[in-house]
Design a protein around this ligand. Structure first.
Ligand SMILES: Nc1nc2c(ncn2[C@@H]2O[C@H](COP(=O)(O)OP(=O)(O)OP(=O)(O)O)[C@@H](O)[C@H]2O)c(=O)[nH]1
Ligand SMILES: [Mg+2]
Length: 297
């Protein structure tokens, strides 16, 4: 990057669910702004993370994983991801080193056919495979698409991330500083709080439950007199039976979710937090266009 000019641009992180897109965004920023879990379809929105480098600014966009949609919610996730590939300066197409390239071809066709934006292939989770397998993967992927670069990384261990960012920077055009240099994301604090609660639900519940929850912050009150932020949030589920599971025996599960979420919210807001959670039923919301809109999907 030249010293006089400023370079900037938008870079979308795309790929199948669970390949590590959100983990990568957090690794790039060096802070947790997006939620992650070992379950697919954790991310439901387009989320911008702002990364400043000397003489430049890159806005990385985390997206939902592309998959075969079954519900209306899932269709909306795919649309959000596909939409995010438009108008960006580069794409990071993320795959897992543990998966076979043949598992990627469907999503590659969906996302990359006819695309003129430079595409970087990132092979993530290299900490889980042998070097020989990685070399073979790089060779196979290079025959599948005209990638600008093929870069092995481990988002979880932070390996190769800095070098990758440098390579991507070189492709960015001259441009303005889009965001002030002291913000990490353009999303409101309320959204991040909702996401952190949803992450705990994703991590602590199983089967269909994670896919049936939505979270909404109902009130967010700063109380400067005692240095506490009081937050009340609703957890919406689709059926009565799910409400019982989330509350748990003698409220055990809800308490675990609340404690884990509060700790991370405190660390994100750098303030003490009083968190109150309510569980409500919003019947079959994931199939209801009006409700999806209301929950921001
Ligand atoms: N071993 C290993 N695990 C990783 C790495 N990167 C991510 N993971 C794990 O992979 C799982 C999925 O990570 P996410 O970042 O939530 O994946 P995602 O692509 O954002 O998933 P969706 O939002 O569902 O599309 C989590 O359990 C991560 O801890 C890595 O480099 N190595
Ligand atoms: Mg994600």
């Amino acid at each position: 990057m030249s010293e006089k000019s400023f370079h900037s641009g938008f870079v979308a992180i795309v790929g199948r669910p669970n390949v590590g897109k959100s983990t990568l965004l957090n690794a790039i920023l060096g802070e947790k702004i997006v939620i992650t879990s070992d379950k697919p379809q954790t991310t439901r929105n387009r989320i911008q993370g702002i990364h400043n480098v000397p003489g430049g600014q890159i806005i990385f966009i985390d997206t939902p994983g592309i998959h075969r949609p079954k519900s209306r919610l899932n269709r909306s996730l795919n649309d959000t991801a596909i939409e995010a590939t438009k108008g960006v300066d580069a794409l990071l197409f993320l795959v897992e080193a543990t998966a076979s390239p043949s598992a990627e071809t469907e999503v590659m066709t969906e996302l990359l056919s006819g695309i003129t934006t430079p595409v970087f292939l990132l092979i993530n989770k290299v900490d889980l495979v042998e070097k020989s397998r990685l070399l073979k993967l790089m060779e196979t992927y290079s025959t599948l698409f005209d990638f600008r670069e093929i870069i092995p990384v481990s988002a979880q261990k932070g390996e190769g991330v800095e070098k990758m960012v440098e390579l991507v920077c070189r492709f960015l055009p001259e441009g303005p500083q889009y965001f002030p240099d002291d913000i990490l994301t353009d999303l409101p604090e309320r959204f991040v709080v909702e996401e952190l609660i949803r992450e705990k639900l994703f991590r602590l519940t199983h089967d269909e439950i994670p896919y049936s929850v939505a979270v909404r912050v109902e009130s967010f009150k700063e109380r400067p007199e005692n240095g506490i932020i009081a937050i009340a949030a609703s957890i919406f589920v689709e059926r009565d039976s799910q409400k019982g599971i989330i509350i748990g025996k003698r409220g055990e599960m809800l308490k675990r979710v609340g404690t884990a979420a509060r700790k991370e919210i405190e660390s994100f807001l750098a303030e003490k937090v009083y968190l109150e959670l309510f569980v409500k039923v919003s019947k079959d919301w994931s199939e209801n266009p009006k409700k999806l809109k209301e929950f921001g999907y």
